[in-house]
Design a protein around this ligand. Structure first.
Ligand SMILES: *[C@@H]1O[C@H](CO)[C@@H](O)[C@H](O)[C@H]1NC(C)=O
Ligand SMILES: *[C@@H]1O[C@H](CO)[C@@H](O)[C@H](O)[C@H]1NC(C)=O
Ligand SMILES: [Zn+2]
Length: 377
């Protein structure tokens, strides 16, 4: 039997299941979707001045603010399977985020959210190609009956979301920077309910009762602002987007952290049920629905799906183990198939060589006999 043919016949059954099964599994995951949640509300306002937009009125944002109808809008849904692993996305570095208690910060209910003004001494010094200075941070939340993060991950909305807004130091002010494509950098992190109080969030939450009415403000003592963000600043998603409130300028380089922040149930309920809106209702569901990607890429600083032979440092999510299980099954079937095929081929091979050994003398005898007969004839 031909050796090359034997090799091919062995490799095929081994390779086919190995190649096909993981591909089939992956084909099941869905692609980018735009879930528009009409009629829901969001908040957040880095700008100054009185604006009259509302989350009840999403459809009309683009009438008054044309950028709101653009093709690079935020927030978005992050589909982790579609995110592109980019090893050159370095850990985000925060400088000057730890503030002394004698530094007083302004906290305000602006009618859309709660805003904490930040001193310009806070800066982003790593992870972005350029330097950015902090301006303010604010939150987006839902209600006691539903979550209210702006970004979603694989279609999942989290309880709340924090945005820390920065502007590029090459511009003189936030107002100037916000109209330039490379003007702003916003860090976003998700808030979830967990066990125990979060002492950093308490620094803000304990003042909410003082600013229940729209336009009210109070002073907050300095604390470590970095405590409001995840300890792990290495794992994040990155994309080009916009402010999530009018004027929706498409000038934001977004960072969405993969690790989330935990608040106690009581803390979360203070967040969603204390501030009042311009309509004198509770300020709730101040999030904008996710926007169409329009072909934009989302980068990930880490591998979001494990590779077949050990993907390294991925976050061990349930989906990861599902993939691993799928891969293990694929290998198992491949090996089983190969072993069966090998045994079958060996059997045929043995059988044939036995026949050959038995046949040969007979055949030569026949030929020899025939020839000799002919010769003697
Ligand atoms: C964001 O926009 C800049 C400028 O156009 C571009 O160089 C960069 O590749 C974009 N980033 C992503 C993640 O697409
Ligand atoms: C973090 O990344 C993992 C792996 O891709 C993903 O399953 C999980 O949903 C992500 N969570 C967040 C909050 O980004
Ligand atoms: Zn925001």
């Amino acid at each position: 039997m031909n050796r090359a043919a034997l090799r091919v016949s062995l490799l095929l059954p081994l390779l086919l299941p190995l190649l096909l099964l993981p591909a089939l599994g992956r084909a099941g995951s869905n692609s980018e979707s735009d879930q528009e949640h009409g009629g829901e509300d969001p908040p957040h306002s880095p700008g100054k001045g009185h604006s009259h937009w509302s989350y009840e009125d999403l459809k009309h944002w683009s009438t008054d603010y044309s950028d709101c109808g653009g093709t690079k809008q935020s927030p978005i849904n992050v589909d982790t399977d579609q995110a592109i692993f980019s090893p050159d996305l370095r850990p985000i570095q925060l400088s000057g985020y730890s503030l002394p208690a004698n530094k007083q910060l302004k906290l305000k209910n602006n009618g859309h959210t709660v805003v904490l003004d930040l001193p310009e001494t806070l800066a982003l010094t790593g992870g972005y190609a350029q330097q950015y200075r902090a301006v303010q941070l604010h939150l987006h939340w839902g209600s006691p009956s539903g979550p209210g993060s702006e970004h979603t991950i694989n279609g999942r909305r989290f309880a709340a979301e924090i945005h820390v807004v920065h502007y590029n130091t090459k511009y003189d002010s936030f107002t100037e920077a916000m109209v330039h494509p490379d003007g702003l950098a916003v860090l976003g992190a998700f808030l979830e309910v967990g066990h125990g109080e979060n002492q950093y969030y308490n620094e803000i939450l304990k003042h909410l009762l003082e600013i229940q009415e729209v336009g009210q403000e109070t002073l907050v003592s300095g604390f470590n602002i970095a405590g409001l963000l995840p300890a792990n600043l290495k794992l994040y998603f990155h994309y080009n987007g916009s402010l999530t409130t009018p004027p929706c300028y498409q000038t934001v380089k977004w960072t969405i952290f993969n690790h989330t922040m935990l608040l106690s149930r009581d803390q979360m309920s203070v967040l969603v049920s204390t501030l009042r809106s311009p309509e004198d209702e509770l300020l709730q569901n101040n999030y904008r629905p996710v926007q169409n990607l329009h072909g934009r890429r989302v980068l990930a600083s880490f591998q979001t799906t494990p590779s077949l032979w050990g993907g390294g440092s991925s976050f061990p999510a349930a989906a990861t183990y599902a993939w691993l299980a799928g891969d293990v099954l694929a290998v198992l079937f491949g090996v089983l198939f190969a072993v069966t095929a090998l045994a079958f081929l060996l059997y045929i091979y043995k059988h044939r060589s036995q026949n050959t050994r038995l046949d040969s003398p007979t055949k030569s005898k026949v030929i020899y006999t025939a020839a000799s007969t002919e010769n003697t004839a």
